[in-house]
Write a protein that binds this ligand. Structure first.
Ligand SMILES: Cc1cc2nc3c(=O)[nH]c(=O)nc-3n(C[C@H](O)[C@H](O)[C@H](O)COP(=O)(O)OP(=O)(O)OC[C@H]3O[C@@H](n4cnc5c(N)ncnc54)[C@H](O)[C@@H]3O)c2cc1C
Length: 819
């Protein structure tokens, strides 16, 4: 029931915008955590956006993200207990859920995922086609290889879920107000301070934009970029079918683009087409409520035909409902979640990519934690709003990328797959030159990143996607070995680069850096930035160029996070950050012969004595002035060249020409991955994240406890607690054949103790190698504990002996980098 407009309060601690499953879940969890001074504003009625027509599938199986799996598990548990708490049913029915695999690629994917999911507490079983048939007798199973069955999963009623969350929130004191649209935001001093509505303003400490497919255009009013786009999303419901039983599990067959479940005695057949149709790129109408879209069944026919083959009787029965409704999709199929980089205290939870019901409970809980505790309690690196960029809100970008996003849900998630649409958004100055050398490019945060090289004039052919060794394995290996044995050049222009200037620049950076960064000028320092809780916010380098000039370099994915972290912490200091990413190309020359190459390029003395490890110098190189830093991410003697963009091509030509005499080879990002992984170098967002402490991440060597910095107390407190029981280890599979990618379960003496967060192939070590966060429940996790264990890794096809190490398996003494 709508409250009269006069009931609109003038103040609340938190205003939640949007009354779909996400907004109500955020409001419920805020209240559950004790924050009841919350107002939820819904433009029309609860569920009137996308939530009302969702199919309500509830599946915990299928993700190799620990975060996504936790969100799913928590959500399922919440929906099964919410009725007892609120008296309002969520309609959750644990009828079971089966994912089927009809081809080898998907079978391998599901076997890999199921091991990982089981470790996280999901009771998934591989079942035979015959067992699939027993559970879903109308399914055609003769062409299936297997099913993956979770008995406790099932379906929920999205409207009931939302009403139960809203009721639970109200019961705790939240004011849920329907019929009030937020029209604008109040802002002051870089923070949001409230919302504007036609019925008046509400001041607030925090605002959470949960406006679903409207979130982007609403975000614009606050200057916040929210790159999501609505797309058509389809299902149909058949007339009753004899024998269909409401206790049957949900059946999903991604290979046939469809899912199936009972509905009203008939079947619901839902679709995820490979190429989809964005809807209303120009903007979602303000008055679109409980709306349906005109379906384009002609476009959908091939997908529908494929799906119907799985349940042959669906071809014969009448169709009661053809449904097409809009759902929001994001450029990388992860939600838009968290505090916006543009505006403090302005949070966003939107862009749920068709899994908003089955993750909604967890999303609400994580958001409440973040708002009330100042930081999230789960790894958010993959879904943080600040991983995304402003240009991704461009209409053409959204229209182009969204075509691919929806279909990605059902793609087999092979390694080395890159998004194919909206390519070429960012190109380094070297791009055309690298293309001429046969570079195979992949999407690296929108940049065209050279992954490997086919050779001059050769068109790179990536071959078929595979879980095995790719067709270009030999090129990759050659690039890797060239770096270990000779010298390579690598385009790293996608790295985020910042110039920090001002008389307080050193002090300000020192305050946020765990390592000492404000020592002598001309020195680069590897450091982490921590929050007050001692967990990681960033992993990067700070180079002191001069007393009032610093050069900060972070990875592409950390771009906006690092920038925002500096700006917010430098608030009152005389320290100013300029994002110079676009202004400088980065070319790294690395390998034992890199000094020889550099010596041929510049008049500067580059001897070890004159240019030691960690030195940063401005050098002359051809007609250019180049910032040259002796540092490596690959584990060899090497230099990073930062070149003004307009001089980059000239420098490249010089490097290539001089490189002929020393056997220079171009190397791509595949080589970067394998080289750094052999050396155990970390990559934030891949193998370390915001839930890890700097000590657990094995980065204690980069912490200067004898100075003040944010997070120091937490580091000291963890040290005082005694030896660690959770640490990042390097893990290598002893058999050179099996490959690891991510999420493989690591066992010690047969017991799962962690999983591979990121992996590559160690061409020098001779096997797959990765980094895994390992927990010990029987004492300190130290070298003796590692030594005493028998280590194995579970990969789809079996259990493989492995070794684990705290020290880098490649060059543990750093002899190679100090040549
Ligand atoms: C056909 C279909 C099937 C689906 N099936 C499933 C499924 O089986 N399982 C699953 O997990 N997910 C499914 N989904 C996805 C799921 O429905 C969505 O992810 C989820 O509903 C998104 O919830 P939301 O709260 O973000 O958005 P919404 O439900 O759209 O809520 C946003 C709300 O914000 C309100 N609003 C907008 N602007 C303003 C404003 N200015 N002021 C105040 N209020 C505003 C809107 O009125 C709306 O109620 C499906 C989606 C579709 C289209």
């Amino acid at each position: 029931m709508s409250l009269p407009s006069t009931a609109l309060p003038t103040r609340a601690r938190v205003v939640v915008v949007g009354g779909g499953v996400i907004g109500t879940s955020v409001a419920y969890h805020l209240a559950l955590m004790g924050c009841t001074d919350v107002v939820l504003l819904e433009r029309d009625r609860l569920t009137s956006g996308t939530t009302w027509h969702a199919a309500g599938l509830m599946v915990t199986f299928g993700s190799t993200s620990e975060t996504s799996t936790e969100l799913r598990k928590y959500t399922r548990d919440l929906y099964s207990r919410l009725e007892a708490e609120t008296g309002q049913s969520t309609g959750f029915k644990p009828v079971g859920f089966i994912e089927v695999a009809a081809d080898k690629g998907r079978l391998e994917e599901y076997r890999r995922v199921s091991a990982f999911n089981r470790m996280l507490g999901i009771d998934v079983h591989e079942i035979s086609p015959g067992e699939v048939k027993e559970l879903f007798p109308l399914a055609r199973t003769d062409d299936l290889l297997a099913g993956f069955y979770v008995k406790e999963d099932g379906r929920a009623n999205p409207v009931d879920v939302t009403m139960a969350l809203a009721k639970g929130a109200r019961m705790r004191g939240v004011r849920v107000i329907e019929g009030v649209a937020v029209t604008d935001f109040l802002r002051a001093g870089g923070a949001v301070t409230g919302v504007r509505t036609a019925q008046g303003d509400i001041e607030a400490e925090f605002v959470v934009n949960c406006a679903g497919m409207w979130a982007r255009q609403l975000g614009e009013k606050a200057g916040v970029s929210i790159p999501l786009q609505a797309a058509e999303h389809y299902y149909l419901i058949t007339e009753p079918v004899s024998g269909v039983d409401s206790t049957w599990p949900v059946l999903e067959d991604p290979g046939a683009y469809g899912y199936f479940r009972e509905e009203g005695g008939g079947l619901m057949l839902g679709l995820f087409e490979a190429v989809c149709a964005p809807w209303k790129v120009e903007g979602i109408p303000d008055d679109f409520s409980f709306g349906q879209l005109p379906p384009d069944w002609e476009r959908m026919t091939p997908y529908l035909a494929a799906a119907m083959e799985r349940i042959p009787i669906s071809k014969e029965v009448g169709i009661k409902t053809f449904f097409c409704g809009p759902e929001s999709f994001t450029p990388d199929l992860a939600p838009v979640f968290g505090e916006s980089p543009e505006l403090r205290n302005y949070f966003v939870a939107a862009g749920l990519n068709s899994i908003g019901i089955l993750t909604g409970g967890g999303i609400g809980r994580a958001m409440a934690h973040w708002i009330l505790n100042g930081r999230p309690d789960i790894d958010v690196t993959g879904m943080h709003i600040d991983r995304l960029h402003e240009y991704q809100t461009n209409p053409e970008y959204r229209a182009t990328r969204t075509v691919e996003s929806l279909g990605m849900v059902y793609q087999c998630h092979y390694p080395n797959r890159s998004m194919q649409t909206a390519r070429g958004a960012k190109r380094s100055p070297f791009h055309a030159l690298l293309a001429a050398e046969g570079a195979y490019f992949r999407d690296v945060s929108g940049w065209e990143g050279a992954d490997w090289y086919a050779g001059r004039g050769v068109t790179p052919d990536p071959g078929d996607l595979t879980w095995g060794k790719p067709s270009w394995f030999a090129q990759w290996e050659a690039e890797h070995r060239a770096c270990r044995e000779g010298v390579i050049a690598m385009d790293m222009s996608f790295m985020s680069k910042f110039l920090v200037q001002g008389r307080d620049a050193g002090r300000a950076l020192e305050r946020i850096s765990a390592n000492r960064v404000n020592g002598e000028p001309g020195v680069i320092t590897y450091t982490q930035w921590l929050n007050e809780g001692g967990t990681l916010e960033a992993d990067l380098t700070v180079t002191k160029l001069d007393d009032d000039r610093f050069w900060v370099v972070a990875s592409d994915t950390a771009h906006r996070h690092a920038l925002t972290w500096m700006r917010r912490h430098f608030a009152d200091a005389h320290a100013f950050v300029t994002d110079v990413t676009s202004g400088y190309a980065q070319l790294n020359i690395q390998g034992p012969r890199s000094r020889e190459l550099l010596a041929a390029l510049t008049t500067q003395d580059v001897s070890d004595a004159a240019f030691p490890f960690r030195a940063a110098r401005e050098i002359d190189l051809g007609f250019a002035r180049v910032l040259c830093i002796r540092i490596t991410y690959l584990g060899e003697l090497g230099y990073e060249l930062y070149i003004p963009a307009e001089q980059a091509v000239g420098v490249y030509e010089r490097v290539i020409a001089a490189g002929e005499a020393v056997g220079l080879r171009l190397a791509g990002l595949k080589a970067l991955a394998s080289l750094r992984m052999e050396k155990g170098y970390r990559d934030y967002g891949h193998d370390i994240d915001n839930t890890d402490t700097v000590l657990e991440a094995g980065l204690g060597f980069a912490v200067a406890l004898d100075k003040d910095f944010i997070g120091r107390d937490a580091v000291l407190a963890q040290k005082a607690k005694g030896p660690l029981t959770k640490r990042l280890l390097q893990v290598q599979v002893l058999d050179p054949e099996p490959l690891m990618f991510h999420a493989e379960v690591v066992r010690r003496n047969g017991t799962p103790v962690g999983y591979i967060r990121a992996a590559s192939y160690g061409h020098t070590l001779g096997g797959a190698v990765g980094l895994a966060m390992i927990s010990s429940d029987d004492g300190p996790l130290d070298a003796a504990w590692i030594e005493a264990g028998e280590w194995t890794v579970e990969i789809a096809d079996g259990i493989h002996p492995a070794k684990a190490s705290l020290r880098p398996l490649y060059d543990p003494t750093n002899a190679r980098i100090k040549l």
